[in-house]
Design a binder for this molecule. Sequence first.
Ligand SMILES: Nc1ncnc2c1ncn2[C@@H]1O[C@H](COP(=O)(O)OP(=O)(O)OP(=O)(O)O)[C@@H](O)[C@H]1O
Ligand SMILES: [Mg+2]
Length: 374
Amino acid sequence: MYLSRLLLNNYRNYIREEFTPHSHLNLIQGENAQGKSNLLEAIFLLGMGKSPFNARSREIIRWGEGWFRLEGQVERRDHSLKVELVYKKDGVREMTINGQREDNISQLLGRINVVLFSPEDLQLLKGGPALRRRYLDLQLCQISPRYFYYLQQYRRIIQQRNMLLKDIRFDHLREGEDLSVWDRQLIQVGTGIIYKRQGAVSKLAPLAAELHKKMSGGREELTVAYRPSISGRGERSPEEIAADFQRALAAVRGDELKRQFTMIGPHRDDISLYINGRDGRKYGSQGQQRTAALSLKLAETLYIEEEMGEHPILLLDDIMSELDSRRRQFVFDGVQGKGQVFITGTEGDEFSPGTRGRRYHISQGRILEGWSPD
Ligand SMILES: Nc1ncnc2c1ncn2[C@@H]1O[C@H](COP(=O)(O)OP(=O)(O)OP(=O)(O)O)[C@@H](O)[C@H]1O
Ligand SMILES: [Mg+2]
């Protein structure tokens, strides 16, 4: 699939800009603070319904204005799609898909698949588990609307359950009856999330391992495994997961009452990453950690392609300058001829021979079309 047209209106530093990207490689060059990341953020927002940086909609509205508007036209294999999003300062959101009003943002998910890769993702190994959960969540939400629904539900359940755990401290009578109601929901929805994550990791792991092996010249083995906080290893059925969840919850009950928060569940999951049999997070060199992070991100692209039957739109924000020439070449080779790719940078990369694409220059929220080898 590819984005054929984008309109940015009062979007961050863009006043009103129409952009008609190339269906393959888009090399976008611009000095600092000209609007490169903002452009990729806008494309991500059209796919995911939210900013990748967790920015609030009102922060995105161009300073001094009351609303922003995005329009995107996407060509998929068998149909085209037009999405319009308007956010107003007062919090009102309007969305239309192919001219039809939609109220729920979940209607958007899965229609425009995007993978964003920014320097922050190079922290996938070094950073905390939240980054790795997010890595899984962003993919799964695009592939499975049900997963998005589970996540929303789960967040609410955790909030309510934590509140109750606090209440129980002052009123012990509520413990037995009320908590068991929330336990049931926690287990039911949590099991849905765990089962989906388990499935995703089992597909991502071999893809990432193969990429990592290639990138390290066959010297390194990357092992990716899902580590749910309720413990347990290997592939499990939903029934087995629910039973394990129940047991684990019973085991921490006393602690939970003392500490007044939900101590186990998908909100505390992690992914383990081993390089040549050792924990890459603790023992990996900088270079190994980067290679593994890169492999995980490229694996994400392949996984979404496998699940959706089409290559997602790849957004590479300023990562080339962070990579050495060997890894840069690897990324270039990996994305060539695959689908639509946006690569931003202050230097501007070179087209490899035979590549289809176009060069763009961004300056103060204006996008100028440049040279194309086509
Ligand atoms: N709501 C807003 N209204 C107007 N301008 C904004 C808004 N939010 C951010 N900006 C400005 O947009 C400009 C461009 O930001 P952006 O992050 O896209 O730069 P960039 O080209 O990616 O730069 P860098 O190379 O440093 O990453 C910045 O100067 C920023 O201050
Ligand atoms: Mg930037």
